[in-house]
Design a protein around this ligand. Sequence first.
Ligand SMILES: Nc1ncnc2c1ncn2[C@@H]1O[C@H](COP(=O)(O)OP(=O)(O)O)[C@@H](O)[C@H]1O
Ligand SMILES: [Mg+2]
Length: 369
Amino acid sequence: MAESTETAVEEKKAALSDTVAVDTDGFGVSAISDEVVLEVKNLQTHFTTRWGTVKAVDGVSYNVRRGETLGIVGESGSGKSVTALSLMRLVPSPPGHIVGGEVILNGRNLLDLSEGEMTAVRGGEISIILQDPMQALNPVFNIQNQVGEAIKIHQGLKGQALWEKVVDSLRKVRIPAPEIRAKDYPHQLSGGMRQRVVGAIGISSAPSVIIADEPTTSLDVTIQAAYLRLLRQIQQEEGVAIVFITHDFGIVAKMCDRVAVMYAGRIVELADVRTIFNEPMHEYTKALIGSVPKLEEKTGRLPQIEGQPPLLYNLPPGDSFAPRSQLEFTPEEAERRPPLVEIKTDHWVQLSRSSVAEYDKYAHLMPAE
Ligand SMILES: Nc1ncnc2c1ncn2[C@@H]1O[C@H](COP(=O)(O)OP(=O)(O)O)[C@@H](O)[C@H]1O
Ligand SMILES: [Mg+2]
C-alpha cells in the first residue's frame, strides 16, 4: 500500500464526514442501507482430528447490511476462512462439521437448505472470491466459458443473451476490450486481470453478499490498490454487501465500514472502523494495530505480537488471549469464557480482566455468572 495506515484512517474519516455533509434533507444519505442482508448467529464449526476437536469457529455472530463492507481481521489460523466457507457450506466434511448456529441470508437460514437449494444460492445470492484466482479458474476453459457457466446456471441465459451478459460482466470489472479478452485462457491474462475475471464471475448473478477472502494476497501492491478500488466501485454500483477477510489492518482502514477482529475462532471486538482504530479496547486489537508497518519507518521489520497464536485443539478453557496478554490478572479471572459485551452503542468487546485494560470501567456490564 502506498500510504500509511494513519493517512488511510484520515481518508476514511474524510469520506465518512463527506457522507454526513451531503445529508441536507434530514433523511440521511449513505451508501449503506439499514436492511440487514446477512445475519450470522452463534456459528460453530469444528474439525475432528486425531489430536482432538478443533473449534475453528467458536460462536461467531455478526450482521452485514446492504452496501456495507464488514472487515474480518485476525492472524493466520484465527478461523477467518473457515467462517467464510461455513457461510457457503463449503467446509470439507469430514473432518469439518458445522455444529451450531444460523446463517440467515435474505431471511432464510442457509443451514436448513437442502444441498440442491444450496447449490442455487452459491454463486447466486452469495458468492466468494478466493485468494488465488488460479484456484477459482479452470486452465482448460476460456474466460467466456467460465463466466458463461456461472451465468447459465444462475440465470438460464443462452446464445446471444448469454454472450452479452458475459461481456457486460467483464466490462463491469473494467477488463479492457472484453469481447477479445473473453476468448483468452486464464494463463494468457495477468494476475490482476485473472482476479478481475473471478470478480466478474462473483458479481454476474447480482449477489446480495460477496465474501472476499484475502482477494489481493497473490497480487502485487500496485495492482492490489487498483483491485480494491474496483471492488468498492462495484459495491457502490450494485449495492452489494461485502465480507472482506484480511490479515492486513492497512487494507481494513481503506476498505471497511465496520470491523470484526477474530482471535482463536471468536470475535474479540466489533465496531465501526473509526472506533477500531481510535478507541481499540481489546489488547489483541491494540497489538494488531500496533503491528501495522508504517512506510515512514523504513526498518523493514514488522513489530511482532508477543507470543504464538494458540493451538486451537488445545485451547485454555476461558479467555484464549490470556496466555499472550501483558495485563495483570488472576488465573481465575482468565478461566471464565469472556462474553461479547456492547460497551458503547455498536462497539462490542469480549470483556475480561485478562484482555481489556479498562475492564473495571465496564465490569458492571458483565452478565451475572
Ligand atoms: N481441514 C482441516 N482440518 C483440520 N483443521 C482445520 C482444517 N482447516 C482448518 N482447520 C483449522 O481451523 C483453523 C482456522 O483456519 P482458517 O479459518 O483457515 O484460518 P485463517 O484465519 O487463517 O483463515 C486452523 O487453525 C486449523 O487449525
Ligand atoms: Mg484464511
